[in-house]
Design a protein around this ligand. Structure first.
Ligand SMILES: [Zn+2]
Length: 252
């Protein structure tokens, strides 16, 4: 069976370690025998070899009953599924790390050494609601297949629905900026998001304040002061009050 586990320089981990790591998929055979004790491995060792966690840690292996084995394997699978979900969830939000890997894979088959690429930056530049389409912006030092180091500005466009993964590389920052502007038109970008998302609550607050103020003015006990004229309470009740109340929904 396949297990989704975390990997970093220290090895493989079932739950996410503190150190920066990425998710990988491993082939795991729950019936594999430990090379030291001969019992079932029942876990993923840090070097992905067939050694059980007890032999690996030097602890005495307890007697494990078949139903307990099944339970351990079930928990392994459960944790693996959680890891996998984390991956898909994070891809939807800000998938920089997953994207970095995808970009490396892309570079590998497009004339560079993907694993040697040094990313100076890689960030989400724009999304299209509800978030399927994302555009990433990156700046990296890349090693070409003939051994030269070059600097490239890149744009990476992904669409989760169609598994689209499109990368364009630019030698110059100007060309890259222009392409990024064109490519993210009508999307929510870092700059545009600022307006869209911060203005809306402000606008709503403003409307709310205006609404409360006008209702307050209307309901104020002294009509002379709030309405600014020497009118009788009867006038206010009949005409002036009705007008603003009716006008209320028409406000933007
Ligand atoms: Zn063992």
């Amino acid at each position: 069976m396949k297990l989704h586990v975390w990997s970093n320089v220290d090895g493989y981990f079932l739950s996410r370690p503190e150190r920066r790591s990425r998710l990988v998929e491993l082939e795991f055979d729950p019936h594999d025998a430990c090379r030291q004790c001969g019992e079932r491995v029942l876990s993923v060792s840090t070097d992905n070899s067939n050694i059980c966690p007890w032999c690996d840690s030097g602890a005495n292996r307890p007697k494990i009953l078949p139903y307990q084995e099944q339970e351990i394997i079930r928990l392994l699978k459960k944790q693996s599924d959680e890891n996998k979900d984390w991956k898909s969830a994070s891809r939807r939000v800000i998938a920089n790390r997953a994207t970095e890997k995808d970009v490396r894979d892309y570079l590998d088959v497009h004339g560079f050494y993907g694993s040697s690429a040094r990313f100076i930056s890689l960030e989400l530049a724009a999304i299209e609601r509800p978030g399927w389409v994302q555009v990433f912006n990156f700046h990296a030092h890349l090693k070409t297949r003939d051994g030269r180091w070059v600097v490239r500005y890149g744009i990476c466009r992904t669409d989760e629905r169609t598994s689209l993964f499109e990368v364009t590389l630019h030698e110059h920052k100007e060309g890259h900026s222009a392409a990024l502007r064109t490519g993210t038109r009508a999307m929510i970008t870092r700059d545009r998001r600022q307006q869209h998302w911060s203005m809306l609550p402000l606008l709503m607050l403003f409307l709310f304040v205006v609404g409360v103020a006008s209702v307050g003015a209307i309901l104020a006990p002294e009509p002379n002061r709030t309405l600014g004229g020497p009118r009788s309470t009867a006038d206010v009740m009949s005409g002036t009050v009705a007008a603003p109340l009716n006008a209320q929904p028409a406000q933007p």
